[in-house]
Ligand binder design. Structure first.
Ligand SMILES: Nc1nc2c(ncn2[C@@H]2O[C@H](COP(=O)(O)OP(=O)(O)OP(=O)(O)O)[C@@H](O)[C@H]2O)c(=O)[nH]1
Ligand SMILES: [Mg+2]
Length: 449
């Protein structure tokens, strides 16, 4: 789920970060890509349009394009606006004074209502609540039994009066039973239909009238995309929906449904289900989902760290040096220091999306100790050597190795890597934007060692 959307958006961000300067044209091009990616992920087209318009308006602001980290700012805007798509409801169930709390599960056939009844009961029991489950699905043979079995597995009480085949009575009696026995939540499972039909709607309205539910949770199969959303709108109009449970997020759905639910239906996503097991339920957190989709690792805190550690003027000076092919061992040492100021190397690499994988591919783990040794080696050089590595001949290498407590092989390796790095920097040409340059340098450092 979300994989393809996620990959495409990350490609867009990567190319943004690779731009020397962000201009309105580059941002526009990126927005076009984002728009296509969202449409392909099956996000409702009206939602996409409004979304892209909002991002454009905010991203074109001069304070963004001229900021220390323009590409990162654009990423941040995309993230914020994506979170905004989900509204500001906190996920899960909202507080209520109703006791027992009645939760009615609605949705099309096979969307996951019965499974959700078991999951929700389990989740509530874990929080110290006492849920009573009841099935009103008298139409499909074995539907009632399905809930009984599930309840047994989850050690949850299921109300099942033998011979009672009136859905409204079953729900109403369950509520009375709960009051009598001290259950504080009643979870009402309902029958599904392949399509919305009047019979079903009438039945749901009658159940609703008899138990006055606090929560009407529409269970949407994430795999069915926009169709699920359309039906959600219809259920909302005819019965009323207070929240959505997005099930089967573990499947290969493109994810657009999730991003469209709130804007199209006007109710928040309360829970997500990502598997068939009873534990596979969690309250919905927009920020977490969005960070995952955007592959952000923890980009935001990385931006903050980079902005703290990198001085704008230093960054500009460095850029100029690289342009003049004047990058010395001393600059290199400064960069290492900056990098180390940002915190444990492994943590930082982990925060850079994509880089974690890169490290695994390369089969080498970032080694803090190695940075310390490199710095020690450079410290043992004379200022002349630091300014021009070509001075460092065989006997100087021996001296430096002795002075830094390392070996000539290590010095050789460092100098070789330094030369490769210079070549690479030169090849990349001038970098702009201090923070962005810092991120690029970080990436290179990751490849170093
Ligand atoms: N992979 C996966 N499967 C799920 C999830 N939720 C439900 N399922 C499966 O989807 C199928 C249908 O689930 P049910 O809970 O029976 O759906 P329902 O809405 O009660 O169906 P009807 O009562 O026939 O309308 C079952 O095989 C479940 O195991 C989920 O989050 N992930
Ligand atoms: Mg069912």
């Amino acid at each position: 789920m979300f994989d393809s959307l996620s990959n495409r958006l990350q490609d867009v961000f990567r190319s943004l970060r690779g731009e020397a300067r962000l201009t309105e044209a580059t941002v526009d091009a990126a927005l076009r890509e984002i728009r296509l990616a969202l449409l392909e992920a099956d996000v409702n087209f009206k939602v996409v349009k409004a979304f892209v318009d909002r991002v454009r308006e905010r991203a074109m602001g001069q304070d963004v394009l001229r900021s220390l980290t323009p590409a990162q700012q654009v990423v941040r805007i995309v993230r914020d606006e994506m979170i905004a798509l989900f509204g500001d409801a906190g996920g899960g169930l909202q507080p209520t004074s109703a006791s027992p709390r009645v939760i009615l599960l609605l949705g099309l056939q096979g969307s996951g209502k019965t499974t959700t009844a078991g999951k929700l009961g389990t989740w509530l029991a874990k929080q110290g609540r006492h849920p009573l489950l009841v099935s009103t699905d008298v139409r499909r043979p074995a539907a009632i039994e399905q809930l009984n079995v599930l309840g047994g597995k989850a050690s949850l009480r299921v109300f099942d009066p033998p011979g009672q085949l009136d859905p409204v009575r079953r729900a109403g009696d369950a509520l009375i039973e709960a009051k009598n026995l001290g259950f504080d939540v009643v979870i009402v499972d309902t029958a599904g239909r392949l399509h919305i039909d009047d019979d079903l709607m009438t039945e749901l309205q009658a159940i609703k009238a008899s138990v006055s539910p606090t929560d009407l949770i529409y269970v949407a199969d994430a795999m069915t995309g926009q169709d699920a959303i359309k039906s959600a709108g219809e259920f909302h109009r005819r019965v009323g929906v207070t929240g959505v449970m997005l099930s089967k997020l573990d499947g290969d759905a493109r994810g657009g449904a999730a991003l469209s639910v709130v804007a199209v239906v006007g109710v928040p996503i309360a829970f997500v289900g990502s598997g068939e097991r009873l534990e596979d339920i969690e309250p919905f957190h927009a920020d977490r989902l969005v960070s995952r989709v955007l592959g952000m690792g923890d980009v935001l805190s990385l931006i903050e760290k980079a902005e703290q550690a990198v001085n704008v003027e230093d960054a500009a000076r460095l850029e100029e040096k690289i342009r003049r092919d004047d990058f010395t061992l001393e600059d290199f040492r400064d960069q290492l220091r900056t990098l180390r100021k940002m915190g444990p190397l492994e943590g930082i690499l982990g925060m850079i999306p994509g880089l974690g994988n890169l490290k695994q591919l390369a089969g080498s783990k970032p080694d803090e100790q190695q940075l310390v040794r490199i710095e020690a080696i450079i410290n043992s050089m004379t200022p002349g050597e630091r300014a021009d590595y070509r001075l460092i001949n065989g006997s100087r290498r021996k001296r430096i190795a002795r002075g830094s407590g390392t070996s000539v092989e290590e010095i050789n390796r460092l100098l070789k890597q330094f030369q490769q790095m210079r070549k690479m920097l030169k090849g990349l040409g001038g970098m702009s934007g201090g923070g962005k340059g810092a991120l690029k340098r970080l990436r290179r450092m990751g490849q170093f060692n």
